[in-house]
Design a protein around this ligand. Structure first.
Ligand code: FMN
Length: 180
């Protein structure tokens, strides 16, 4: 995995892929699946909607850090599997044969099998709406990975995979931040 320039990290999340969020509670690592995400700033700042109904939430609140790991379409069954069992009774790294890799800044692990990994700090929790606001502090990408298509949840148990890309960079030049 290669470290990514922070100015480009928001582009990993802008299209709204389903992500895996890892946490470390002081003793063990865990992973949950999250499809409700939002980019809030280029810096980058992200929001997730999650709460105490998930086992991961206690670690996220207490340790105020996590990793957003971005899977690709070949990992779809793993992504759904992770999101339909709980770290309360399952070691998800072992069950889904994923490899935890130490990050540079946070204690939550990166997932080696994922296309990209974003180390994040929790900078706010908006309790009324169960929104967790994250600031990225480091990011990693695996440019050698053959499969790079991300997955997008429709919300009814079906998913859409990245397809054709259209270039409007020239038209959007006035709205694009430097370094993108
Ligand atoms: C495709 C998919 C998307 C999901 N998106 C969210 C989400 O946006 N927010 C959330 O709180 N839970 C979401 N979940 C549910 C959690 O991933 C699930 O409750 C998981 O078991 C939590 O793991 P934990 O209890 O080990 O923390 C999603 C599950 C799936 C399968």
């Amino acid at each position: 995995m290669r470290q990514m320039e922070m100015s480009k990290v928001f582009t990993l999340m802008e299209s709204g892929p389903v992500v895996l969020v890892t946490t470390h509670d002081g003793q063990k690592d865990n992973i949950m699946t999250i499809s409700w995400t939002m980019v809030m700033d280029f810096t980058p700042v992200f929001a997730l909607t999650t709460g105490a109904w998930n086992y991961s939430y206690a670690a996220l609140r207490k340790h105020e850090e996590c990793v957003i790991a971005i899977p690709t379409v070949d990992m779809l069954d793993t992504v759904v599997g992770i999101g339909t069992c709980s770290g309360a009774d399952t070691d998800k790294f072992a069950r889904f044969r994923l490899t935890p890799v130490p990050g540079k800044v946070v204690k939550a692990p990166l997932i080696r099998e994922c296309f990209a990994n974003i180390e994040c700090k929790v900078i706010d929790i908006v309790k009324k709406h169960d929104i967790v606001v994250l600031e990225a502090v480091a990011a990693w990408i695996d440019p050698e990975r053959k499969e790079q298509r991300m997955v997008h949840a429709v919300g009814d148990g079906t998913f859409i995979v990245d397809g054709r890309k259209f270039d409007r960079r020239e038209m959007m030049a006035s709205k694009l931040p430097p370094g993108v």
